[in-house]
Ligand binder design. Sequence first.
Ligand code: AMP
Length: 420
Amino acid sequence: MYKIDSYDFKGKRAIIRVDFNVPLDAEGRVTDDTRIRAAIPTIEKVLEGGGSVILMSHLGRPKKNNDTKFSLAQIIPAIEARLGRKVLFAGDAMGDKAAEMARGLKPGEVMLLENLRFHAEEEGKPRGVADDATDEQKAEAKSAVKTSQKEFVKRLASYADCYINDAFGTAHRAHASTALIADYFPHDKMFGYVMENELRAIDSIMENPRRPFCAVLGGSKVSTKISIIEKLMEKVDSIVLGGGMTYTFEAALGGRIGNSICEPEMFPVALEILRKAKQKGVRIVTSPDALIADAFSADAHTSTAPSNDIPDGWEGVDIGEEGKRVFREHILGCKTILWNGPVGVFEIDKFATGSRAVAEAIAEATDKGAYSLIGGGDSVACINKFGLADRVSYVSTGGGALLEYMEGKELPGVAAIRKS
Ligand code: AMP
């Protein structure tokens, strides 16, 4: 494995797996180019070193080839605007044009392949198998796509002299472009800067955090966060619990939660988490009060209630004023802060003030010297919405990948580069 900083790109064609899965408006214009901006330093490093670049990515979840709604051609203007250079478009990743264009690439040139997920081989999952297909037919389809996947990977690899994985957001998938292709470059594979920075940021807080270390965890459900809560319990001094999942905890403890979101099947898990936290000396901080609404909409009536005494017909949609104060004070006392998941329904402005208070407290703590890492799609959306991304230490580009890496799982995209 090479470090991108020490690799000699002179005269080399680098195939870079980027994460250009960006949001588009109805006209196909990029509405948030964060992921494109993030990839620029890696692309420039190759070009400045005298190499050329072949960019590959997925976009959305197309179910068939050439679905123009998912064509990466749409994002070329956005890449060119950030890169300040022309980007050649190769069309279909498997076409003769792509191969020819890659062969003829001159130092300083950049080309983009069409959406990799136009091919079932990228994910290695069969398509078009009828629901009523027999197990045998399903197994056959699976085996067929695995076979053609080998050709797909070989062809992609044939375009380049070295491989860079810079797509942290898909590193938890064992796909053709995120993991399998690395085998073709045993001596010429490396992480790009996005990946390097992500791994460094996460490793540093998981291995050697400055204390007190607190995790602010929100989001809608306990069920999707159990493994990360359990893992974090081994590392943190406190967990600030917010969002919809708190009501499962309140209800499990016998509280009244009205119509708040709740997973009764998770009651035993919630109680076990509280028991373990006590045993390990991890403080669990919850909001004493909730902002409650009589409907899940922007024009709902709102009021405040204790988090464990919400009247019927009402649901908790955010933390209350007392909760904002408690969370802020706690966060300001910490030296390392990890934030995953909004503490309220932040998509509706009226229910976003708790998440804003958390974001502001984290920014303030960071100003005072704390290290803060924001991860997971919704908390990143929050920090951007409140214009505070520049005032935290690190904003992760990975949602699922970040959580899996923190849980201690080996990510296929990371392992493929690291293994010798
Ligand atoms: P997650 O993907 O699990 O991190 O959850 C994020 C989602 O949780 C966001 O869409 C929020 O709107 C939602 N959420 C946060 N607080 C609540 C709540 N009190 N009730 C319902 N949904 C919530």
